[in-house]
Design a protein around this ligand. Structure first.
Ligand SMILES: Cc1cc2nc3c(=O)[nH]c(=O)nc-3n(C[C@H](O)[C@H](O)[C@H](O)COP(=O)(O)OP(=O)(O)OC[C@H]3O[C@@H](n4cnc5c(N)ncnc54)[C@H](O)[C@@H]3O)c2cc1C
Length: 506
């Protein structure tokens, strides 16, 4: 043991100052950071992981919006982008990162995407045999499986009925990293049953079990010390877990540093410290823009109950997926505020009769970025016309599925919430020329802001995840994706984390 204590370390044990030394220091304990920690520790390296949020156990979680937003969400759940549409961009905080609040959906990186990363972006490290080994490992570590029909419940089953009635191909229950799911519908507030296998309970638990890893919570990292082309230390603040106020200091020296703060946190850290230029760092933000739709059925659906996101339709070739989703009743209410007034109250009164699903788009021509400014982060996302068209195609198909399942009314995620009363009105209600500003976008998959590539002129990290220009600094999280994926990203993030970790360990 050298300069740090392995195990879970909490603010109450830190004192006023942490001064640590290790082989590798990781900033951020989400999907990427946890996988890197596991890969490094199994190769015999001593690792310190620094995380701004807290350590959690399933029994700590409360099914209360106030608790979840304050403790588990970046920006208390209000993180959003300016641009040509309203875009909420939630992200997690805590050991486990966004996997603490994600819906556990699992997809491997589609082959054409991996091929384009190799052939168009020069990422020769991502050769199929190696990556398939990593995907297999993520699959088994996360206990990925399809949940039984008994826990899917009405919101997923009614969508399946519609897909079958329409004769659509590509419908299926989704594989999830929640082998013990009980269908309580609370994934996004932290899984209270422990049925979800989030990164803290899988890769980070593996890393901790080696006895070589210390995971220090409540550490907000801000600065670096450098010497030539090497980073020699990272510095930051200890924070009060309740108020989030900075009330102590932390400094860690190491041979190698990995930034895994996620697609917002990592570019901000690099830019704020002058470790990368903003010509590419923070640029190329892609998010899988998503628009929801609600549908009214004569029978009770009780959409808050069951697997949070259980069923989907694969339209990847057309540039989108349809996926069911549920949130808690107060979150439906918050989303409905785009309509306001009498219409919102009418829908809320009917909540038990509603079902919800949405379209997730593989973004291609939108323009997003994360920038560091003296007054704080500036996040922007401008939906492109091609992506808007794919979203509208997805919204139209979602409405068709709902009507085929017997819906009497569909409320698409348009600001103003104009209801569609009949299938014949779908196209007119969702015209291709509607302004992007009429869409209420949800973007829980930021990616691409420190993109990987073989050319330092067009990328931020090399194909091993090393930041160009630095000999001992890497990034491992969803920010290093060279492009958007078109499928939910946690599995690919973890697989890349394993690759970066093994490459550092040699
Ligand atoms: C609501 C929601 C639902 C989702 N559902 C799914 C799903 O069903 N399936 C799927 O595949 N994906 C899903 N995702 C996306 C998936 O969880 C993320 O893509 C993945 O977790 C990204 O991993 P990451 O390592 O890049 O970042 P994160 O997992 O977000 O981890 C980053 C961590 O770094 C910490 N950090 C940042 N900056 C600092 C700093 N300066 N100092 C210290 N710590 C710092 C943060 O607090 C955070 O804990 C969802 C995401 C959200 C928000």
């Amino acid at each position: 043991m050298r300069g740090f204590e392995p195990g879970k370390r909490r603010r109450a044990e830190h004192g006023d100052r942490l001064d640590l030394q290790c082989d590798v220091c990781i900033v951020g304990a989400g999907a990427g950071g946890s996988a890197v920690a596991a890969a490094l520790a199994e190769r015999g390296l001593d690792v310190v992981v620094l995380e701004e949020g807290q350590h959690w156990n399933p029994s700590d979680f409360q099914s209360k919006t106030r608790f979840a937003l304050k403790n588990l969400y970046q920006g208390r759940g209000l993180r959003s982008c300016r641009g040509n549409a309203i875009t909420l961009m939630p992200g997690g905080r805590g050991v486990g990162g966004s996997t603490l609040i994600n819906s556990a959906i699992c997809f491997r990186c589609p082959d054409p995407v991996l091929k384009s990363w190799r052939e168009e972006h020069g990422c020769e490290t991502l050769e199929p045999a190696r990556m398939n080994g990593y995907f297999d490992r993520v699959w088994s570590t996360l206990g990925v499986s399809v949940n039984p029909v008994a826990v899917q419940r009405n919101n997923n089953l009614i969508f399946k009925e519609g897909v079958e009635a329409l004769g659509l191909e590509g419908g299926a229950f989704m594989a999830r990293s929640a082998p013990g799911c009980v269908g309580c519908g609370l994934c996004q507030y932290g899984c209270p049953s422990g049925g979800k296998y989030s990164a803290d309970r899988t890769f980070m638990a593996e890393a901790l079990a080696t006895g070589r890893v210390g995971v220090y919570s409540d550490c907000r990292m801000r600065g670096v010390e450098t010497d030539g082309d090497r980073v020699t230390a990272v510095t930051g603040f200890l924070i009060d877990p309740d108020t989030h106020a900075e009330n102590g200091e932390v400094r860690v020296t190491a041979d190698h540093f990995v930034i895994s703060g996620g697609p917002v946190g990592s570019p901000l850290f690099l830019l704020a410290n002058g470790l990368a230029e903003n010509t590419h760092c923070g640029q190329h933000l892609v998010v899988h823009p998503t628009v929801a739709a609600l549908a009214r059925f004569p029978q009770e659906i009780r959409p808050w109950s069951g697997v949070t996101q259980g069923y989907y339709v694969d339209c990847w070739e057309k540039g989108f997926l349809l996926q069911t989703f549920t949130v808690t009743p107060d979150n439906y209410y918050i989303a409905l505020q785009t309509g306001m007034g009498e219409e919102t109250m009418r829908i809320m009164k009917d909540l038990a009769h509603l079902a919800s699903a949405g379209a997730l788009v593989h973004d291609e021509d939108s323009a997003g970025r994360v920038q560091h400014t003296p007054v704080g982060p500036d996040l922007s996302y401008f939906l492109g016309d091609g992506d808007k068209k794919r979203l509208i195609d997805g919204m139209r198909l979602t409405a068709e599925v709902f009507f085929a399942a017997g819906a009497t009314r569909v409320h698409p995620g348009r600001v103003g919430l104009t209801a569609i009363e009949r299938p014949e009105d779908i196209e007119a209600s969702l015209p291709y020329d509607m302004p992007a500003s009429h869409l209420f976008l949800y973007a829980s998959h930021p990616m691409g802001t420190c993109r990987m590539g073989a050319d330092p002129e067009t990328s931020v990290v090399d194909p091993r995840g090393r930041v160009w220009g630095w000999s001992n600094l890497s990034v491992a999280d969803a920010s290093i994706f060279p492009t958007s994926l078109g499928v939910n990203p946690q599995v690919t993030t973890m697989a890349l984390g394993l690759m970066v970790g093994h490459t550092i360990a040699g």
